[in-house]
Design a protein around this ligand. Structure first.
Ligand SMILES: *[C@@H]1O[C@H](CO)[C@@H](O)[C@H](O)[C@H]1NC(C)=O
Ligand SMILES: *[C@@H]1O[C@H](CO)[C@@H](O)[C@H](O)[C@H]1NC(C)=O
Ligand SMILES: *[C@@H]1O[C@H](CO)[C@@H](O)[C@H](O)[C@H]1NC(C)=O
Ligand SMILES: *[C@@H]1O[C@H](CO)[C@@H](O)[C@H](O)[C@H]1NC(C)=O
Ligand SMILES: *[C@@H]1O[C@H](CO)[C@@H](O)[C@H](O)[C@H]1NC(C)=O
Ligand SMILES: *[C@@H]1O[C@H](CO)[C@@H](O)[C@H](O)[C@H]1NC(C)=O
Ligand SMILES: *[C@@H]1O[C@H](CO)[C@@H](O)[C@H](O)[C@H]1NC(C)=O
Ligand SMILES: *[C@@H]1O[C@H](CO)[C@@H](O)[C@H](O)[C@H]1NC(C)=O
Length: 686
């Protein structure tokens, strides 16, 4: 009888002994390099962990320095654990979101078998979903990837061996309202705010809870899921974090981390104040005592200084006013002025949302009115590299002198903070061309003659960029939304040279393609290098979309160029005309065919076969090159050029058959050496 209690005591002692061997807890309020194993682009910056750095397609991973036991030896039961960490993802306004970060339990160190972007640095295309991965992840994902059945572009998910989560929920937390029921509060993962996460695992129950840092842990978990990890977790695992970026650069930070498999309140030891933040919020430096002391001193200083400054300002303003009176109209013509930020701020009423007239790939565009009544469009571009901006500004000072009736005039610029540039353009009363061609009201729609006229305007503008200045200026992003209409409905090309800023230093780097999906010449996709011919290509696409009233890439339809090419081969090009134009009439089928031929020739895959802008302008104006045979019809000229044997033979050799290759074959042969597929380009296009 006495044996049993003894036996029990022995067992209990053994268990507690084992537990004490296996028990592990740590609290990192900031990391030392010995705390973590760091791989890929993860770095420790002033004791905080940054998982991915400023490069495209970067991967970072950080793991606790040694393996963590998950169960007692020879036992099938997992040890419960509780872990908490603080993370933030840098905000990237006005861009597509990137990818998120993952808390991971993995069997081994290193970065073998992972890829970036949508695979979050956790798996690659082939091993995603493999039951032999032995990976448990809690993802904080900011991209809705249909491949993995993501519920939205801002969710938390539990991943077992696969990025298709076994359970997921929109990011947020449950708040208990005073009425007693639970209220769900959304949180945005990539808005730069620091969030605390709690992950608890016990008896195959996994709970994930999150809240803005500093807030008490919400009682109800965000995710409460029962998972069988017996085939997933090995006896000991590495634990940590990983993140990856795609073509869009972002930054993921881990600011603190606690873990315990014995003491579930260890997360309370995480320091949640005075953490660095991507945004200045209530969790930033503002709470520290030093700050309060500092601010007292600062206020006194500021008061003193402001008196001095006000006096100076008044003096300067007087001087400025005198200067402005002296400023001649010709000055505006020659140099884009550096306009002061307060002037722009006042003109746009503090960049108020009401004044937003457009959102481009690189930022918002505001309408503004300068003192004196001139209407302006203000483009605010952020997150650029210093180098890119410097190069752009160098070009701007020459571009600013580019004055042409078919270019949107650049009035000036202003550099506010690091990485952000403000450009001031003349305001264009009648909006952009795409608003008057696609999906617009009848009354807004441009008729045939207007469309041809605007295309001629744009061609003149591009020709001026290419040949009107001592050095050639490339536009790099010609498309309907970059063609604006002034008060006389004249077409004017906007945003010249801007695309360059995005592409800076990335020439020939295939991972960073500059341009817009559907407008990119094959050689740009291949080499990243823009040329006069790539502008011609874009212009060709512009012609086609404006005449057909169809965007170059539309969901569920073949690409515009392929479709037109097919029509031309069947001699049915006239059927391509915008249905609504057809109804309205007023067009001339001969001209229609000529213009479409021109568009197709411009958008020809081989850059060598494309005409120059000068030739394009001539064709549009109805003149052929003087040295071309006279008397030949325009159509014949174009068709001949398009089908000239010299051109075809370039390909027939490489394609291994003598007959005329199809458009697809040509494109295939041109793109086969590309490291990017067309679908890749479409995914990240803007
Ligand atoms: C990114 O990480 C690599 C190391 O992985 C480093 O060489 C590089 O300097 C980092 N870049 C930045 C901008 O921090
Ligand atoms: C880390 O960044 C560098 C550039 O700074 C890049 O060349 C390298 O491929 C990156 N490494 C990983 C694993 O992403
Ligand atoms: C676990 O099992 C192995 C054999 O399967 C045995 O050698 C070992 O002693 C056992 N350990 C414990 C703590 O029971
Ligand atoms: C994925 O990783 C595995 C190793 O885990 C490797 O064998 C495989 O080739 C990788 N696949 C790709 C597409 O990179
Ligand atoms: C929270 O987000 C979800 C999904 O994005 C949305 O349907 C819901 O309306 C949001 N709720 C609140 C209170 O904003
Ligand atoms: C998960 O949350 C539920 C509900 O709050 C709670 O009953 C359960 O004990 C939690 N499980 C763990 C492992 O913390
Ligand atoms: C947690 O999950 C269990 C079973 O899945 C469920 O019965 C319970 O209500 C959940 N608790 C909370 C707080 O969501
Ligand atoms: C558990 O952790 C908390 C916070 O670090 C600490 O205050 C408490 O004493 C710990 N309890 C035990 C039993 O270790």
């Amino acid at each position: 009888m006495a044996v049993e209690p003894l036996h029990l005591l022995f067992l209990l002692t053994l268990i507690s002994f084992l537990r004490s061997i296996l028990s592990l807890d740590f609290v990192f309020n900031g990391f030392d390099s010995s705390d973590l194993l760091i791989y890929g682009n993860a770095t420790l910056e002033s004791r905080f962990l940054t998982l991915s750095n400023d490069t495209t397609f970067s991967i970072g991973r950080a793991l606790y320095h040694s393996k963590i036991p998950t169960r007692s030896p020879n036992s099938s039961d997992f040890l419960p654990f509780s872990t908490s960490f603080i993370f933030s993802i840098a905000p990237y306004k006005g861009r597509l979101p990137g990818h998120g970060l993952v808390f991971i339990l993995v069997p081994s160190t290193g970065l073998k078998g992972v890829s970036s972007a949508q695979h979050l640095g956790l798996f690659n295309r082939t091993n995603n979903g493999n039951p032999n991965n032995h990976v448990l992840g809690i993802e904080f994902d900011v991209f809705e990837n249909q491949e993995f059945n993501d519920i939205n572009a801002n969710h938390v998910g539990v991943d077992v061996n696969s990025l298709a989560s076994v359970s997921s929920y929109p990011a947020g937390y449950w708040k208990i309202s005073n009425r007693g029921y639970d209220l769900f509060e959304n949180l945005t993962l990539n808005n730069g705010v620091n969030y605390q996460v709690w992950i608890d695992f016990s008896d195959s129950q996994l709970n994930v809870t999150m809240a803005p840092v500093g807030m008490k842990r919400p009682r109800r978990p965000l995710i409460n899921v029962s998972v069988d990890l017996s085939e997933v977790l090995l006896d000991d695992m590495y634990m940590g974090f990983c993140a990856a970026t795609g073509r869009l650069v972002e930054s993921h930070r881990i600011l603190g981390w606690s873990f315990s498999n014995s003491n579930f309140s260890v997360s309370e030891a995480l320091i949640t104040t005075n953490l660095p933040s991507f945004v200045l919020g209530k969790n930033s430096v503002f709470q520290s005592k030093g700050f309060i002391a500092g601010i007292t001193v600062a206020i006194i200083l500021v008061l003193g200084c402001s008196i001095v400054i006000i006096v100076c300002l008044i003096k300067r303003k007087r001087k400025r006013e005198r200067e402005r009176e002296e400023m001649e109209e010709w000055e505006l013509e020659y140099w884009p002025h550096r306009i002061t930020y307060p002037e722009i701020d006042a003109a746009t009423e503090g960049f108020s949302e009401e004044n937003v007239i457009g959102v481009g790939g690189n930022g918002k565009v505001y309408k503004g009115v300068l003192v004196g009544g001139a209407e302006i469009a203000v483009k605010r571009i952020s997150h650029q590299t210093e180098e890119g901006m410097r190069e752009f500004l160098a070009e701007v000072s020459s571009l600013g002198r580019l004055k042409h009736r078919n270019l949107v005039g650049l009035r000036g610029w202003c550099k506010k903070e690091k990485g952000s540039l403000i450009l001031v353009y003349d305001y264009m009363e009648n909006g952009s061309l795409d608003q008057r061609v696609f999906e617009c009201e009848e009354s807004m729609m441009l008729n045939w003659a207007d469309r041809i006229r605007v295309l001629k305007d744009v061609a003149d503008g591009v020709l001026y960029l290419h040949e009107g200045w001592e050095s050639r200026v490339l536009h790099r992003d010609i498309k309907a939304s970059n063609v604006l209409l002034d008060k006389d409905m004249k077409g004017r090309l906007a945003d010249f040279g801007l695309a360059r800023m995005h592409g800076h230093g990335q020439v020939a780097n295939t991972t960073r393609v500059v341009g817009t999906v559907g407008y990119m010449a094959p050689e740009v996709v291949r080499s990243g290098r823009a040329s006069a011919q790539t502008d011609v290509f874009c212009f060709g696409i512009l012609i086609l979309e404006v005449i057909c009233g169809r965007r170059p890439v539309e969901y569920g339809k073949p690409p515009l160029v392929d479709w037109l090419w097919g029509l031309m081969e069947q001699g049915g090009l006239v059927f391509a005309l915008d249905e609504r134009l057809k109804a309205r009439g007023g067009f001339n089928s001969e001209e229609l065919e000529r213009v479409l031929h021109l568009g197709l020739l411009c958008a020809y895959p081989d850059p060598r076969a494309r005409p120059t802008m000068r030739q394009v302008v001539k064709v549009l104006e109805g003149k052929v090159e003087a040295d071309d045979e006279e008397g030949e019809g325009m159509d014949l000229y174009l068709l001949d050029k398009m089908k000239s044997n010299a051109m075809w033979s370039t390909y027939s050799g490489s394609l291994g058959h003598g007959s005329h290759p199809t458009f697809d074959e040509i494109r295939q042969s041109l793109t086969s050496s590309m490291s990017l597929s067309w679908s890749d380009v479409i995914v990240e296009g803007r």
